[in-house]
Design a protein around this ligand. Structure first.
Ligand SMILES: Cc1cc2nc3c(=O)[nH]c(=O)nc-3n(C[C@H](O)[C@H](O)[C@H](O)COP(=O)(O)OP(=O)(O)OC[C@H]3O[C@@H](n4cnc5c(N)ncnc54)[C@H](O)[C@@H]3O)c2cc1C
Length: 423
């Protein structure tokens, strides 16, 4: 039994997970008048929301499930310093996940997913601007755009075609010659042959962003309980009546599962299949942002980013399908540093760098999960944003709050994002 009288409160909504998605959902639900408590097994931002690249990328509308990504992944998988990896394990979930992923690598699914992301991206940019105006500089939101750098002609040509599609979707993109590009990024290596500047993209400090969102939850009257791990649910097939946690039992009317890469585990306790696989990525933070770049960069061929985070520079990269494994392999850290150096030769060595890793929550069709479960029907799922969670947090939080308040989302979004689609 629960000895803490606080737990006897029965908030309208309990959100499991204090990452960007859970906190954004809590903020918008509080704004709509709900009483909200957030439960987090670690500290605020303990998952993948803390040390990532902090890019807000409405220009990025492609799903991870994509034929081109498979071809690149197969080339990289045996390179111990490469940008893609797969940690083999005798696990039916991983095999099932890979099989579903391959099934979704079709031109038809790609087109559907792009349409979904274009819709989400338009709203998320507007909401990011609103939040940033309210935050008044608290987390370094800067609309500098994001600049892609290319070293290989074939990849640049593909990038230019992608830029045409992004312009057609209503976002601004400048194709840059080597001269124009060097004006914007003087530190770029001479081997960089071209660039594309997506001017509607932005950058922020992700750790400050989650902290600000957590502060907002509290300022709006919500509670955040850290070091409180959910380990089970009570109730019948139709409704969850309480959550069992390491800090006692919590009751709530509605529950939001925003557990990032842990969603599969949380769903499993409810007898529901949420095929989310952890996609480990690494962030390496060092001094020297001013010398390297003022605009966040994506280094196209190596799928890495270099983001100015305050006066520091953060290099991010790697996608390792690894379940919940958090091992740090020195070869991967070195691989990211060396890959970025080919574009920015002047970056400092790794000697004084801070290294972080996080698990991107990846679904096999590359689309997020947002919607109610069929049963228990008082549980809503919000997550599975793989490489786009920071970018899509505001729109996800807003839509989740609408659903909690009994509202609807568009039929197209409901169908594409429903957590029931994997039954
Ligand atoms: C290297 C790297 C770079 C990235 N760069 C970008 C970027 O530039 N732009 C972008 O948009 N996205 C980026 N991402 C992706 C982004 O970080 C994720 O999509 C996003 O953080 C997911 O947020 P989330 O809230 O769903 O999950 P998380 O942040 O992982 O939060 C889930 C939370 O749930 C908690 N939890 C889980 N289980 C339980 C339980 N049983 N009880 C209580 N609490 C629980 C976890 O502790 C965790 O804090 C990057 C990711 C990585 C790894």
């Amino acid at each position: 039994m629960n000895a803490d009288p606080e737990n006897d409160r029965r908030p309208d909504v309990i959100v499991v997970g204090a990452g960007v998605i859970g906190l954004a959902t809590a903020c918008y639900a509080l704004a709509a008048g709900a009483d909200v408590t957030v439960l987090e097994q670690g500290d605020v931002g303990a998952g993948s929301s803390w040390g990532n690249a902090g890019l807000v990328v409405p220009s990025y509308n492609e799903p991870l499930a994509d034929r081109a990504a498979v071809a690149e992944g197969l080339r990289e998988v045996f390179n111990p310093e490469g940008f893609f990896a797969l940690r083999p394990r005798p696990d039916a979930h991983l095999l099932g996940w890979l099989a579903r992923y391959l099934v979704h690598c079709t031109p038809r699914h790609y087109r559907c997913a792009v349409a979904v992301f274009n819709e989400l991206n338009r709203d998320t940019l507007r909401l990011h601007r609103e939040l940033a105006a309210a935050a008044d500089g608290a987390y370094g939101f800067r609309e500098t755009g994001v600049l892609y750098l290319y070293r290989e002609r074939g990849c640049w040509k593909q990038g230019l075609r992608a830029a045409d599609r992004i312009r057609a979707a209503g976002f601004r993109a400048d194709d840059l010659s080597p001269r124009e590009l060097r004006k914007r990024v003087p530190a770029a290596d001479t081997s960089v042959i071209g660039g594309i500047h997506y001017r509607d993209d932005a950058g922020l400090d992700p750790a400050l962003f989650v902290q600000w969102l957590a502060g907002e939850v509290q300022r709006r009257g919500g509670q955040i309980r850290t070091r409180t791990e959910v380990y089970g649910f009570e109730g019948g097939r139709r409704r969850v009546t309480a959550l069992l946690t390491t800090e006692g039992r919590f009751r709530a009317e509605q529950i939001v599962l925003a557990g990032g890469a842990w969603l599969r585990k949380l769903g499993g306790w409810l007898g529901v299949r949420l095929p989310v696989e952890g996609g480990k990525g690494i962030g390496v933070t060092m001094a020297g942002a001013r010398e390297a770049t003022r605009v966040p960069l994506i280094l196209a061929e190596v799928h890495a980013a270099a983001s100015p985070i305050g006066d520091r520079l953060r290099l991010t990269g790697l996608l390792e399908l690894c379940g919940l494994d958090m091992t740090l392999d020195p070869r991967r850290v070195r691989g990211i540093h060396q890959a970025v150096r080919r574009y920015l030769p002047g970056i400092p060595s790794l000697d004084r760098a801070q290294v972080w890793r996080g698990l991107r929550p990846c679904t096999p069709d590359g689309l997020p999960l947002l919607g109610r479960l069929a049963a228990p029907a008082n549980v809503l799922v919000a997550g599975g944003h793989d490489t786009k969670g920071v970018s899509l947090a505001p729109v996800t939080g807003r839509l989740a709050a609408d659903l909690l308040a009994g509202g609807q989302i568009t039929p197209a979004l409901e169908k594409a994002l429903s957590p029931r689609r994997f039954r």
